[in-house]
Design a protein around this ligand. Structure first.
Ligand SMILES: NC(=O)c1ccc[n+]([C@@H]2O[C@H](COP(=O)([O-])OP(=O)(O)OC[C@H]3O[C@@H](n4cnc5c(N)ncnc54)[C@H](O)[C@@H]3O)[C@@H](O)[C@H]2O)c1
Length: 342
């Protein structure tokens, strides 16, 4: 495939690692990146190492809404010698989007229409490339589907839910399901150990807290950092989740794999250990064409980090999206639709 020039919206825990990951792959050139306060564009390719050094420690658990950890106006992306401070980071990237094949949206997801609204702005500007997000919540998929006509009109191929879960594990479930003519259940169970990555991923931890009993997206958004720490302390650093609203369910249904109600997602996050508290596993149970009932199981190695399992698939799905886009296929695609399916 020809070289792909891509941009990253949001340089928090995920966006920064996406940039770093891309340097390990041929043919992927990061040409633009922004956070809430700054934008860097170089169509010849960003100096990722310099950008990462400049953005080190700029992550606030509220996604940079009220604060960044470095002090001063030129914190975060704006601290890079390749960047400018800006109050309109996303508009600045849209203005440069003619030279950008794909945009990875690594923005906070607690305000659920935020990513769809960002996509609207690209469509209104008649961007004809790929948009990829790593969103988690099921309810956002419908909001994107409502926009299919405008994506088609602009020439946008939108790949949604393309991180780990949803993303890698949804794709694995779709693949595992190919052995069966009837699917009974898809059980996704994840483990993440985040001690050394905790500071970088506090936005994600906040989003996960919204899944705990007694919390929702509104309460999680309004919590202070101290209140977040208190929840983590109360659980001795180990948060266990069951029946999470993760878009794996609707993404498997829209790909025709199974009904959304047959999919369950849960897992354990340990904020105080790098070791995974449990092995990430996908179990697909079904019946084969010749009448056998069985369970196909997919496991991640305990040594693979969340960052590897979100960003590798995000970049892989980005490339799958670019192939579709160059082939004139526009609209909304989930990770399961980019896998084999019959
Ligand atoms: N699917 C998965 O497996 C998976 C796993 C982890 C995280 N995620 C998702 O990844 C996303 C990013 O998570 P994170 O931990 O990197 O978040 P974060 O809070 O660390 O970073 C968010 C970034 O977005 C920037 N930002 C916020 N508002 C902005 C705006 N209006 N304009 C420009 N930039 C803005 C912030 O400055 C920051 O750089 C979240 O939506 C999260 O749900 C998905």
């Amino acid at each position: 495939m020809h070289e792909i020039k891509f941009a990253v919206l949001g340089t928090g825990g995920i966006g920064r690692r996406t940039l770093e990951y891309a340097t390990a792959k041929d043919g992927l050139t990061p040409v633009a990146a922004c956070d809430r306060h700054g934008v860097a564009v170089d169509h010849g390719g960003l100096d990722v190492n310099e950008l990462l050094a400049a953005t080190e420690g700029n992550i606030a658990s509220d996604g940079g809404v009220t604060a960044v950890k470095q002090s001063g106006e030129t914190s975060g992306v704006a601290a890079s010698s390749q960047a400018e401070p800006t109050e309109t980071p996303i508009a600045d990237i849209i203005a440069e989007s003619d030279g950008i094949d794909a945009v990875l949206i690594a923005l906070p997801n607690l305000e659920h229409d935020f990513i769809p609204r960002v996509a609207d702005r690209f469509a209104e500007a008649e961007y004809d490339g790929v948009l990829v997000d790593v969103l988690k919540r099921s309810r956002v998929i419908d909001m994107l589907d409502d926009r299919i006509d405008s994506f088609n009109d602009a020439g946008i191929t939108f790949v949604c839910g393309a991180g780990a879960t949803p993303g890698l594990l949804t794709g694995a479930a779709a693949l595992a399901a190919q052995s069966f003519v009837d699917i009974e259940s898809v059980e996704i169970w994840w483990g993440v150990g985040l001690k050394s990555g905790y500071e970088d991923n506090r936005g994600t931890v906040r989003e996960d807290i919204a899944h705990l009993d007694g919390y929702d997206t509104e309460t999680a958004r309004s919590m202070s950092d101290a209140e977040i720490e208190q929840v983590i302390d109360e659980h001795d650093g180990r948060l266990e989740f069951t029946d999470m609203e993760h878009a794996d369910d609707v993404l498997l249904e829209r790909a025709g794999i199974c009904d959304a109600e047959d999919v369950t997602v849960g897992g354990i996050l340990d904020a105080r250990s790098d070791e995974k508290p449990t092995t990430t596993t996908v179990r697909v149970t079904g019946t084969t064409f010749d009448g056998e009932r069985g369970t196909n199981t997919f496991q991640l190695d305990d040594n693979t980090s969340m960052e590897a399992n979100v960003n590798g698939p995000a970049l892989g799905y980005l490339q799958a999206g670019v192939r579709r886009n160059r082939n004139g296929e526009y609209g909304v695609f989930g990770p399961a639709e980019l896998m084999p399916g019959f």
